[in-house]
Design a protein around this ligand. Structure first.
Ligand code: HEC
Ligand code: HEC
Ligand code: HEC
Ligand code: HEC
Length: 482
């Protein structure tokens, strides 16, 4: 049953007094803001309750240290002013542009702005109302991550803070009904790794949008105007956040991180395909959209052919003949890793055909073959949908599947391929007795780092980098043979 289709059922949560639910969801009034979760009696304790299920200091941690608390403010910085001016000309600032709000503000505000963009540019009182709602929503605050799209947090707060038989306040946390009630009231269940990954991917990779979600497309126009390139790995990104959840409760961090990493790969792969399909169907009005391609295939020097991985690989036919010299080079590192993990011939051939379609900027084939990949991905996701942790056996099995392609990727020296494979090797081998020492990974990752002052890997030539990848490539090759 669709959560959105249940508006009038008796179990449906009450809305704020005087409002119809649909009105709240489509208006700026439905945004509560992180402050409404942050009182001391709720999630704003000063000290964390590490021996209990919930820290209750979630908001304190978030307001103090989480990078998301700056997500909206950053749209008013000099850098954003410059990006918006490059994109829009004068008078159309980033903090009123729905394309930026999509990832930098509360999704409900962004969806509202998307529908009313033309009016917002003209009507200063509407612009002010929007700014107030974004500020109240505190950028990417609690609601951006914990409220399901298409819901207003008021529904949840009403139930959560009201004790009693229909409430999901303190006592009902313990009831088996709790999860169902919370979701009915619009609270996301982030326990399965897949759900967490899907949440992050939606902003850190993109999202073609829906009736309830804004279009999130950090396309080449936005990047060329000055936006940093988005690179995402669920396990690394989660570990980079100051945890406002109880990490002491986690008995198997290696298994959890591996599950997050693999779920992140699958969801990112699906999202890249969906984005390319949406571009092929005219989202953004540009085709081919350069952000579907490998950045460094175009942004590389005009060096001698001995310096060119493209010419080298083409001559050695390493890229499977998909890419001809001078053709577009699709950004397919993640998708190829997922194809290796799936081990299904259908997936492998679909990924090859899709890469070719994107490389040739073939609109129809990009969309049609994209559907096949999404279909195969869905089967793979069903297999792993409820997984919260990956067992050591499963990690071993998947490591063996990806090791051969990883060894090739490390030898090839394409930045994106090397970066993605290294991360997968890293997260799947944690805790294994034959895992390479952390130092080998550290050396390899430092070879991928951007030089100071560059937003890209200037002069990156993987294998030439003083053998930084050699020991890992050797280990991967050995794994693949065994
Ligand atoms: C698809 C989502 C998405 C869209 C669309 C988007 N951003 Fe971002 N933006 C991000 C993410 C994610 C980061 C953090 C990147 C990182 O460091 O990994 C970011 C970072 C930034 C930064 C750098 C912040 C810092 O602390 O260094 C600026 C400035 C910025 N965005 C402005 C904009 C502007 C202006 C727009 C609209 C033209 C925009 N963004 C559109 C997701 C997005
Ligand atoms: C960028 C997304 C994001 C934002 C913003 C965010 N959270 Fe979370 N929150 C998460 C994730 C991810 C988890 C961990 C889920 C897991 O591993 O079970 C989590 C866990 C929690 C938990 C514990 C749930 C559990 O089952 O362990 C609470 C409570 C919570 N968040 C409250 C808040 C509050 C309050 C705010 C705002 C001040 C907030 N969160 C902001 C993503 C976010
Ligand atoms: C609603 C959009 C949105 C969602 C959902 C989201 N993020 Fe972000 N995230 C951003 C934006 C925008 C920034 C940049 C903020 C800035 O620099 O001011 C960011 C920044 C970050 C950063 C800091 C990056 C850096 O290079 O400094 C990390 C880490 C991060 N996010 C992790 C996550 C994780 C993990 C999740 C999922 C649990 C997640 N985010 C979900 C929008 C989002
Ligand atoms: C198909 C080729 C192609 C691909 C792929 C491509 N770009 Fe570009 N990019 C260009 C061209 C052409 C320009 C305009 C060059 C100029 O004006 O100097 C440009 C400009 C830029 C600029 C502005 C540079 C400047 O000097 O102002 C940035 C930043 C940028 N691209 C980032 C990226 C990122 C990040 C990716 C990958 C997600 C990417 N590009 C993928 C062709 C490409």
């Amino acid at each position: 049953m669709s959560l959105l289709g249940t508006a009038n059922t008796p179990s449906d949560p009450p809305t704020a007094p005087g409002h119809q639910r649909s009105e709240l969801v489509q208006s700026l009034q439905g945004v509560s803001g992180s402050m409404s979760c942050a009182s001391q009696g709720c999630h704003g304790r000063y000290e964390s309750l590490v021996d209990q299920v919930f820290l209750r200091s979630e908001a304190t941690i978030w307001f103090e240290r989480d990078p998301h608390n700056q997500a909206y403010e950053v749209l008013k910085s000099d850098r954003s002013r410059q990006i918006a001016e490059n994109l829009n000309g004068p008078g159309k600032p980033a903090h009123l542009d729905s394309r930026c709000l999509a990832c930098h503000a509360n999704p409900q505000v962004a969806k509202y702005a998307e529908a009313k963009q033309d009016e917002i540019w003209k009507d200063s009182s509407l612009a002010k109302e929007l700014d107030l709602a974004s500020s109240r929503g505190t950028g990417v605050g609690c609601e951006s991550c914990h409220t399901l799209p298409g819901h207003s947090t008021f529904e949840y707060l009403q139930r959560h803070t009201v004790l009693g038989p229909t409430g999901i306040g303190m006592e009902a946390w313990k009831s088996p009904e709790s999860l169902r009630l919370k979701q009915l009231a619009g609270l996301a269940n982030l326990a399965p790794a897949k759900n967490t990954a899907a949440l992050c991917v939606s902003c850190h990779v993109g999202n073609p949008g829906s009736a309830t979600e804004p279009i999130r497309d950090c396309n080449h126009d936005i990047m060329a105007a000055g936006h940093p390139r988005l690179v995402f790995d669920a396990a690394s990104h989660i570990n980079q956040l100051p945890a406002h959840w109880n990490t002491k409760r986690e008995k198997d961090p290696d298994g959890r991180n591996a599950a997050l990493h693999v779920a992140g790969l699958m969801i990112s792969a699906g999202m890249q395909v969906r984005m390319a399909t949406a571009h092929a169907r005219n989202m953004g009005g540009i085709w081919p959209e350069f952000s579907d391609q490998d950045c460094f295939s175009c942004h590389a020097g005009l060096g001698a052919s001995t310096d060119s991985w493209r010419q080298r690989n083409w001559l050695a036919n390493k890229s499977g003949g998909q890419i001809k010299p001078g053709g577009f080079v699709p950004c397919n590192a993640t998708i190829s890793i997922v194809a290796s993990l799936s081990e299904k011939p259908e997936m492998k051939s679909a990924v090859e055909a899709w890469s070719k379609a994107v490389s040739n900027a073939n609109k129809a084939n990009t969309a049609i073959i994209g559907e096949t990949i999404l279909h195969e991905l869905q089967k793979l996701e069903v297999e792993t949908s409820a997984i919260e942790r990956l067992s050591m056996d499963k990690r071993h099995a998947w490591l063996a599947r990806v090791a051969g392609p990883s060894a090739i990727a490390l030898d090839e020296g394409r930045w994106d391929q090397a970066e993605s494979h290294l991360r997968t090797l890293f997260w799947l081998s944690r805790g294994a007795s034959n895992a390479p020492a952390p130092e080998s990974f550290a050396t390899a990752f430092s070879a991928l780092a951007y030089p100071k002052g560059f937003a890209g890997p200037a002069g990156f030539r993987g294998p030439d980098r003083a053998g930084s990848f050699d020991s890992l490539a050797k280990w991967a090759r050995k794994l693949a043979v065994n």
